[in-house]
Write a protein that binds this ligand. Structure first.
Ligand code: C5P
Length: 232
């Protein structure tokens, strides 16, 4: 599955992007920018138009707050929601509990180490020792033990995580760039084809498609490079 990141300031801009590029019903990711402006109504509108939805709000707070927030997000009927694994075991367990108690079928995934972060920043600024892969594998294991269905990581850690956590651990990877697009602020980038080779389950693609000269053909290329159709 490929989710296209609707990183637009408003619903109007998102709708225009979908309609102008004939991307009706494709899987989409709603992040903080759009959700903080439009609120839950943006999810309702996308659902009416039958888009599978990844609601990427990356919750990270005390367990009780995360549980209650997830109870509300669960009621929106989205397919994927997420938290930061760095919030720890109790917080991730609370997130899952909140989701289940809302009656939601959404999968819970945990962000390991952001794809915009590299080893220098992780070691120097955050004083988190070790290399990125080691840290991501550890956080993925913790996420699975805490009831998460999978993780968000970069393509470069996906194989090591699958080996450590097993094939059922859903891997979702942003930081995807089509062969000719620039990296922007992402540091650990890869192509859809490389992602497939690394055993990734789900891709998130933003600017490589949304900022392309022709987003419709960029989306088509991404699906072709990924090598699966985009129904599952
Ligand atoms: O434009 P680009 O393809 O870099 O967009 C990636 C999208 O994935 C953004 O919406 C970003 O917030 C999101 N994301 C990420 N890294 C994570 C989780 C989500 O880049 N670990």
């Amino acid at each position: 599955m490929i989710y296209v990141a609707l990183d637009f300031p408003t619903w109007e801009a998102s709708k225009q992007f979908i309609e102008q590029n004939d991307l009706h019903g494709i899987p989409v990711k709603v992040g903080m920018e759009l959700f903080y402006r439009e609120g839950p109504s943006v999810v309702e509108r996308l659902k009416e138009r039958e888009h599978p939805i990844f609601l990427d709000l990356k919750l990270h707070d005390i367990p009780t707050t995360v549980k209650r927030a997830m109870q509300n997000l669960g009621k929106l009927g989205v397919d994927l929601v997420n938290v930061h694994a760095l919030g720890g075991r109790t917080m991730m367990e609370a997130a899952k509990e909140g989701l289940l108690s809302s009656g939601s079928n959404a999968k819970l995934i945990a962000v390991t180490i952001l794809t915009s972060m590299d080893k220098e920043t992780m070691n120097g600024e955050l004083t988190l020792g070790g290399d990125v892969t080691e840290k991501a594998v550890h956080l993925a294991g913790l996420a699975r033990q805490s009831g998460a269905d999978g993780i968000v990581c970069s393509v470069h850690e996906a194989r090591a995580i699958k080996e450590a956590c097993g094939p059922a651990c859903l891997s979702v990877t942003p930081g995807i760039r089509l062969a000719d697009s620039k990296a922007d602020d992402q540091k650990r980038v890869a192509t859809p084809e490389f992602a497939r080779e690394q055993g990734v389950d789900t891709l998130v693609i933003g600017r490589s498609i949304t900022k392309a000269e022709n987003p419709k053909s960029a989306y088509k290329r991404a699906v072709e490079e990924w090598g699966y159709d985009n129904k599952e």
